[in-house]
Design a protein around this ligand. Structure first.
Ligand SMILES: Cc1cc2nc3c(=O)[nH]c(=O)nc-3n(C[C@H](O)[C@H](O)[C@H](O)COP(=O)(O)OP(=O)(O)OC[C@H]3O[C@@H](n4cnc5c(N)ncnc54)[C@H](O)[C@@H]3O)c2cc1C
Length: 889
């Protein structure tokens, strides 16, 4: 477990540094501006001080932290200070767990930050919310979090002001708590100073100079109102000012300052606290705190969240703090027409109380805690906070070398600060955060976020739906449509039900196919939300006749230049520069052998390679490749530049996939090219014409069937689609969507990056060892780690599981959604990476990393579905066509 006590071991075997206070140098350095420092951290909030603390702890002492005003004068000082750990994202949960570990330690040290481990309660006021809680209870088991389900009556006993009317269930996590944000910041700053960091207040960064190294801009110098600092690394910890700071180097960080508020009541807890002292104390505090002496005689209730009513409460001595996420949020100092313009003197300040906006949650708060109706309001705290368009942090290195960002904490920066500081220190010093941070990586945002109005629309939607149940596959509604295929109108006319990814409108399925699909396969529970009989009909067409899929949204990169081949051989684990027309499936690895990207490389010219990756990963993968292309050796020589060009050409091409046993028949009728297996083998590409359209045809598949992906310049898109559609009719062609692809790829065992394969998994663990060419001349990035992993032997592997069928014929099949714990012999052994229903193999499929001892086919395991353990069996994958006969045609 990454978040743990002393030295902890990650899943991939890498050891994480022990948590400790930085070793004090002989004397504290004076807090004056140095002329140079290796690392400049901008921002003296909880984010900046935590990054500085962890850099020092990791041994990096050449660090200066610059704060334009005083420490903790940004969003940090007006935070409500709640620290919750469990999140939908496993990585963030591990980071938050580490925060708690750190805060406990700081509390026991010289400058205690007021850590109060009071626990937290989450209520369910609807059956769906209770289902969500049961799903979270299962996740907590994976992390070893002591989350327990409690009854509404128990919740009311622990939080005596609560009216349990309408509450259908609850859960309690004793190790959550709260902290004084300003004291935490001061404690982290003190630790950083003790480790050798200079903390320089009242020093404003005015500009950042860059120079071009290996064709990539790199930070060189920070200019302040007190002088310049030469540096190698800048960390933008500017909170809601982070976007403004990033603009100094021409980088877009899509952060919107949002007015966020809570109120503090006058004293209302006196009678309860009095009556609960003594004999009842344990029942309020729970077993964890009942024995604690840290709080002395102070009685502390757990915090309480009722997301269905949009509110939370926390005890503040004898009063309550009450806040929430209203449905009508208010951006501050940012509009749809302009980037954020925060006043230059906005430090240590709040916004005027917005009673009108507060009304909705005030009214709701009285439903759950009736005492709120008569409680005097001592103050309303209305402070701006940095929110992002997807409610995830912005972390990591930007396209400007050495310019890192750690901001956009979306009102959970206090909970996250410990973990954020720790991953950022690893990222800066080792070039790798050590965890799968894809959801938080600042490079995930595509170019559309350059638009203030797009960013604002998405951020507002995120804020107003903050407490909504996060159903897997939930679609965004704002700022759509934005990116569309030339066939978009045709799809709409056919009744396409669209989903959205990276701004692209994509067909999930066509409602017009509904009548031809099987209703009886509608899965039980939440998985039914993602189902339509059309998905089954489309799947069947792809397996039995031919399906036509619009995959125009696939991200496409062109890598060219005299060093392109050598560069790609270095970053790919497979042999990729094999000649024009050859297609290779490969992974890009980090130095730990973890998978940073999973894609195909096609040679399309002497010095040109065409890379195709998932819709959502284009910006991320391009940023990662550009970073590698700009690597400079210790002697200052650029390894690859000049000589490698990387272009994102996604929008230039449509991509239509023609997959199914009759795919060749359809294509043969439209092209003069010979498409027989001998003339056009699997995993090769040719430039051909299809119905008068010049097409780059790639004989590849992501569904396990014979077929081609046809790439054509976008203006030909509609003509090409129409021709394929007409030609396909005699062969039973159906237009198909992404849900059918998902079901088909699960049967064939194709991996999806960010779920089945991540920076924390190696190709050997993922069953992709066939891609690894350890003996290739010149080696490749990550090869040393893979060699070591091979010598040590696998400790786990990606298992294919089949869930037991329904006990009664006709009953709805149980289908996983991802994230479910898997146990064997009563002990949790792994977590589902992805899964769904395979309509051809007629099985509910799930993938999970399991210890090697459990990988033998036939091993019985159990999968937790909303609190119930369902039986499953490890099977030998892939379930469909293990010999690959179908895709060879
Ligand atoms: C009302 C409210 C309630 C909240 N409640 C919670 C909660 O219960 N739990 C939780 O986890 N989180 C909560 N948060 C969120 C949390 O407070 C923030 O996520 C966190 O404090 C942000 O820290 P930061 O370091 O990123 O930003 P900040 O604290 O804003 O620090 C950024 C610093 O950068 C400095 N700076 C900016 N520009 C420059 C420059 N050019 N040169 C030098 N310095 C510069 C600023 O002066 C500022 O001090 C809440 C936030 C609000 C507003």
């Amino acid at each position: 477990m990454w978040a743990g006590a002393d030295a902890a071991v990650q899943g991939d075997g890498a050891t994480v540094r022990p948590v400790s206070h930085p070793t004090p140098p002989a004397a504290l350095l004076p807090d004056v501006l140095p002329a140079r420092a290796r690392v400049v951290v901008i921002g003296g909030g909880v984010g900046g001080t935590s990054v500085a603390y962890h850099l020092a702890e990791a041994g990096e002492r050449d660090v200066v932290l610059l704060e334009r005003s005083e420490l903790t004068s940004g969003s940090t000082f007006h935070s409500a200070g709640l620290v919750g750990q469990l999140r939908a994202d496993p990585t963030l949960t591990r980071m938050n767990m580490y925060s708690v570990e750190l805060y406990r330690r700081l509390q026991a040290a010289d400058t205690p930050p007021g850590w109060t481990e009071s626990g937290s309660i989450k209520l369910a006021s609807t059956p769906q919310r209770l289902e969500e809680i049961r799903r979270q209870l299962a996740w907590a088991e994976v992390f070893g979090l002591p989350l327990v389900e409690i009854s509404p009556a128990e919740a009311a006993e622990r939080f005596p002001l609560m009216d349990p009317t309408g509450v259908v269930g609850a859960c309690f996590l004793p190790s959550d708590g709260s902290i004084d944000p300003s004291s935490l910041t001061q404690a982290l700053a003190a630790g950083a100073r003790a480790g050798g960091v200079r903390v320089v207040e009242r020093t404003r960064v005015l500009g950042i100079d860059t120079e071009v190294v290996a064709r990539r801009p790199r930070v060189r110098r920070v200019r302040t109102d007190a002088g310049d600092v030469e540096c190698e690394v800048v960390v933008d910890c500017g909170g809601m000012f982070a976007a403004q700071i990033a603009r100094m180097v021409g980088v877009r960080v899509p952060i919107v300052p949002m007015a966020h508020q809570y109120l503090v009541t006058g004293p209302i807890l006196g009678p309860i606290l009095g009556s609960k002292k003594g004999s009842n104390r344990g029942s309020i505090l729970g077993p964890n705190l009942g024995s604690s002496t840290e709080h002395g005689d102070r009685v502390v209730m757990p915090s309480l969240r009722d997301p269905d009513l949009l509110v939370y409460y926390r005890q503040e001595v004898d009063a309550l703090v009450m806040g929430g996420y209203e449905r009508h949020p208010a951006p501050w100092a940012a509009t749809a027409a302009s980037f954020d313009e925060i006043p230059a003197d906005f430090n240590g300040r709040l916004l005027p109380a917005d009673w009108e906006r507060m009304e909705e949650i005030m009214t709701n708060s009285q439903l759950r805690v009736p005492a709120m109706a008569d409680a005097p309001v001592r103050s309303i705290i209305n402070g701006p906070e940095a929110f992002t368009p997807d409610n995830e942090f912005c972390l990591g290195e930007t396209p400007v070398g050495g310019f890192f960002v750690a901001a956009g904490f979306c009102a959970h920066g206090i909970a996250g600060a410990g973990g954020i500081g720790k991953v950022m220190a690893s990222w800066i010093l080792d070039g790798d955060p050590g965890l799968d941070l894809w959801h938080m990586d600042v490079t995930r945002f595509g170019p559309a976020y350059a638009s203030p109005s797009y960013t604002l629309a998405r951020t507002l939607e995120t804020y107003r739906t903050y407490y909504d149940i996060a159903y897997p596959g939930r679609e965004r509604a704002s700022a759509r449509p934005l990116r569309t295929s030339p066939v978009y109108r045709w799809h709409a006319e056919q009744g396409a039900v669209m989903g959205e990814k990276a701004g692209w409108e994509r067909v999930n399925y066509y409602a017009s196919n509904d009548p031809d699909g099987r209703v009886d396969l509608t899965p039980a529970g939440w998985a039914a939300r993602l189902f339509s009989p059309a998905v089954e009909a489309e799947h069947r067409a792809g397996r039995e006749s031919v399906g036509l899929f619009d995959e125009t949204s696939f991200a496409k990169l062109l890598i060219s230049g005299p060093r392109a081949a050598a560069f790609l051989e270095w970053v790919c684990d497979n042999r990729v520069a094999r000649g024009t027309g050859d297609i290779t499936y490969t992974q890009l690895l980090n130095a730990r052998g973890g998978i940073e990207a999973d894609l195909t490389v096609t040679g399309v010219g002497e010095e040109e390679f065409f890379l195709v990756t998932g819709t959502a990963y284009g910006s991320h993968d391009a940023a990662w490749l550009r970073r590698q292309a700009a690597v400079v050796a210790p002697d200052g020589t650029a390894r690859w530049q000049p000589g490698v060009r990387i272009e994102d050409v996604t929008g230039q091409y449509v991509c239509f996939a023609l997959w199914g046993p009759r795919a060749r028949d359809v294509l043969a009728g439209l092209t003069p090219a010979d498409v027989a297996d001998a003339a056009f083998p699997f995993m090769t590409a040719q430039e051909i014409t299809v119905a008068d359209v010049p097409v780059r045809a790639l004989r590849v598949t992501f569904v396990g069937e014979l077929g081609w992906e046809l790439y054509a310049s976008s203006e030909y898109g509609m003509a090409l689609w129409s021709a394929l559609w007409r030609a396909g009719q005699p062969f039973g062609m159906r237009a198909c969507g992404y849900r059918a692809i998902e079901s088909m790829r699960l049967e064939k065992g194709y991996r999806v990056w960010s779920a089945d394969v991540t920076p924390e998994t190696t190709p050997f663990e993922a069953g992709l060892g066939f891609c690894v060419k350890l003996d290739k001349p010149g080696g490749f990035l990550g090869a040393d780690a893979l060699r070591a992993a091979k010598a040590a032997g696998r400790s786990r592997g990606l298992a294919c599981l089949v869930l037991d069928g329904p006990a009664t014929p006709g009953e709805a099949p149980a289908v996983v959604l991802g994230g479910e714990p898997v146990r064997a012999d009563g002990a949790v052994a792994g977590q589902v990476t992805s899964g769904g229903y395979g309509f051809t193999v007629q099985a509910s499929i799930a993938y999970a990393y399991l210890p090697i001892a459990l990988l033998a086919p036939g091993t019985r395991v159990e999968v937790n579905l909303f609190g119930t353990w369902a039986g499953a069996q490890v099977v030998k994958g892939p379930l469909l066509d293990p010999a690959g006969k179908r895709l060879r045609g």
